[in-house]
Design a binder for this molecule. Sequence first.
Ligand SMILES: Nc1ncnc2c1ncn2[C@@H]1O[C@H](COP(=O)(O)OP(=O)(O)OP(=O)(O)O)[C@@H](O)[C@H]1O
Ligand SMILES: [Mg+2]
Length: 313
Amino acid sequence: MSEHSVIRVESLSKTYDSGFQALKNVDLQIRRGEIFALLGPNGAGKTTLISVICGLVNASTGQVLVAGHDNVREYRRARSLIGLVPQELTSEAFSTVWDTVSFSRGLFGKPRDPAHIERVLRSLSLWDKRRNRLITLSGGMKRRVLIAKALAHEPEILFLDEPTAGVDVELRRDMWEVVRGLRERGVTIILTTHYIEEAEEMADRIGVIRAGELVLVEEKRELMRQLGRKELTLQLREPLERLPEALDGRRLTLSEDGQALIYTYETRRNGDDQTGIAELLADLDAAGIRFKDLHTRQSSLEEIFVSLVREEA
Ligand SMILES: Nc1ncnc2c1ncn2[C@@H]1O[C@H](COP(=O)(O)OP(=O)(O)OP(=O)(O)O)[C@@H](O)[C@H]1O
Ligand SMILES: [Mg+2]
């Protein structure tokens, strides 16, 4: 296997006992140290995929390797490398923050390490709450406790299933900080989210899942390049029959009715006017082409995402 892939998912399918197929032949490799965001609408299969990788739900076909360990045959080994922050809040309502988090570490057979637990609680601003019973905490605090629990055994890979669903903007920012800090320490992070902005801000790569199929896996930067693509439409005073030769070799097309010129350009180049618009307008002027109106249009990651998930399978 590639030494960079810390997780390898191969031809994974999952059909629940109900007969519902939640995952369809998913192949995915997660690189060591990256932040991978899994985007998809409700019911797409995000939680199912995570649950199968973590060994909580068994696959119908296919396999998962975690750092080279088969997650079924070498379950304990594979699971010990993983921390999971589940989507649902589970309540051990009456234990304290400290006990809950320490207990989690013990579950993985790790020796007690109060200094580590303290570091984790401090990094999540939970230190002052360590003696509180969970039942006395706000929803956002409980979510932090879930993260603390997942980090208690020092996992190399952290799964966060909708970590910021329903939390306020400030807490969301805090969580992003925590996640970045973990990445700096070399932890690989896979998160699911409905928030495009979260994927944009955090992820190195983005995967889009729709109706159990992984329909796209792409570098965030590449998606942003597409996001940065704009279209300029110039409504002409006089229709043209074809593009003048002087304007050949540009990203310029003539509309079918000859009434408009359409120019595509990228907005996220370094430098100021890398769009070429100023030049284009000068050349149009020189060629005696006049226009009466113009407008621009931008494709966004949101649009790309929406069009991907809306197309019915
Ligand atoms: N235990 C189960 N038995 C039968 N069907 C299930 C089970 N768990 C999930 N499903 C179905 O599998 C599909 C995928 O569910 P899953 O929870 O993985 O989606 P999700 O992408 O995490 O959605 P959300 O964004 O709402 O969390 C859904 O149609 C769901 O109803
Ligand atoms: Mg889910």
